[in-house]
Design a binder for this molecule. Structure first.
Ligand SMILES: [Zn+2]
Length: 419
């Protein structure tokens, strides 16, 4: 995995990058050591935070200077060590042996905690406890390979190296891994690895529209159709339409699992291991489809050289609680697909933007007339005689709403065209 040097050249070619966190599940049988390591990390973090509480003025220093200052007062300089001079805030009471890079990660965590408190204009107060996930700098991990990693762990006042296999998506080849952190959740230990992925195109939406790039507006209906996409140019001229199918198959797979769930006589879902496993399975089915559709949408966009993805700006007050088994899967799957599109698109040089759905459902995209009742109808009829697929109409309206955000650029574009 350590391809940093190899990738250096690749990285210089690109204009930007994005960071994506990969979650790897470690196969381990020594949970206690992971917990002890985390405990020690947090004790170290709080030790340094306590020093900052007593010297808030030090926070004026740069992070590098502050690191030096804190180490001088807790470890001492080489000379101080030689002369066996005592430091004001020794670490010994936590552990006699704290590896350099473990300590530095904890110091940096303490610094950013203190600086964020200060930034929010709160007075520095030592928290009662800290549950930070230990960040592993180089020196605390090594041999980060495709399926395994070596980690340094704490056990009875000493440190040891151990190799762990892990399970998770494989990291992209053109990437740079940053310091992973250890997340302990129940009996499971995860390694969260931030990965820098190069991006070739970092232009903003405004610039892309000014450069007259194509854009694709997508809406997410219920039922058999997962998504309806319409590609337009910056002047609003339609280039292509695509319907993404498969909703019925997805619903069927979900329903098979949902029918196996056990309910109490009151109709409430039973709190059992059996149900828990089924719910996880349903969740995986949902995620699988959301991944599939997002991939299909992206390859469609790529094949037409689309540079902007326009998706609905769904309201935030959405109750996730009902899922994954709720009946109104419509908004859920749309949100999930958008979530996946968001990070996948950027890697491919496509930027995603969220646009208001105002008037998308009930307006004719040809003439702007208000549509009459649409309940359960797939086709729409406009009072002025326009008709067609209602979802396509919605996607066209979404595209219109998007273009309405960029009136100056579009008008300029039209003027240029007339010349
Ligand atoms: Zn009409």
């Amino acid at each position: 995995m350590n391809k940093n040097n190899e990738n250096k050249e690749i990285f210089e070619k690109f204009t930007g990058y994005c960071t994506i966190t990969y979650r790897l599940l470690l196969y381990q049988t020594n949970l206690e050591d992971f917990q002890k390591t985390k405990e020690l990390y947090n004790q170290t973090l709080l030790h340094y935070f306590q020093i900052l509480v007593q010297h808030p003025d030090w926070l004026e220093l740069s992070n590098m200077q502050l690191m030096r200052q804190l180490e001088l007062h807790s470890i001492g300089s080489k000379n101080q060590k030689k002369e066996k001079k005592e430091v004001s805030y020794p670490l010994n009471h936590i552990s006699a042996k704290i590896p350099l890079y473990f300590r530095r990660a904890a110091i940096n965590a303490a610094i950013s905690m203190a600086k964020s408190e200060q930034h929010q204009k709160r007075s520095l107060k030592l928290p009662l406890s800290s549950e930070a996930a230990p960040v592993y700098y180089k020196g605390m991990y090594r041999n980060f390979l495709k399926h395994s990693i070596e980690l340094k762990l704490y056990h009875e006042n000493s440190w040891y190296w151990n190799t762990y296999s892990f399970q998770g998506r494989s990291l992209p080849t053109q990437s740079k891994t940053l310091s992973p952190s250890l997340k302990i959740k129940g009996k499971k230990v995860w390694l969260h690895v931030p990965v820098l992925i190069p991006v070739s195109d970092i232009r903003k939406v405004t610039t892309r529209i000014r450069d007259k790039e194509l854009f694709c507006a997508i809406i997410f209906p219920a039922g058999e159709i997962f998504a309806v996409a319409v590609i337009l140019d910056a002047f609003g001229k339609e280039q292509h339409i695509r319907f993404f199918h498969g909703g019925a198959k997805h619903q069927h797979e979900r329903n098979v699992q949902i029918s196996k769930l056990n309910y109490l006589s009151s109709g409430e879902l039973m709190d059992s291991k059996h149900n828990q496993l089924l719910l996880e399975k349903i969740q995986r089915i949902n995620e699988h489809y959301a991944h599939c559709i997002s991939r299909q949408i992206l390859s469609y966009c790529e094949s037409y050289h689309v540079k902007i993805l326009v998706v609905p700006n769904y309201s935030k007050n959405f109750r996730y609680k009902k899922f994954p088994i709720g009946n109104t899967i419509y908004e859920w799957i749309g949100r999930k697909i958008i979530h996946y599109l968001d990070y996948k698109a950027f890697q491919q040089g496509i930027v995603l933007t969220r646009v208001n759905l105002k008037n998308c459902f009930n307006t004719c995209s040809f003439c702007g007339a208000t549509l009459l009742s649409l309940k359960n109808k797939k086709e729409y009829n406009c009072p002025n005689g326009h008709r067609g697929n209602r979802y396509l109409n919605e996607a066209r309206n979404l595209a219109k709403n998007f273009l309405a955000y960029y009136p100056i650029e579009t008008k300029l574009g039209i003027k240029e065209k007339k010349k």
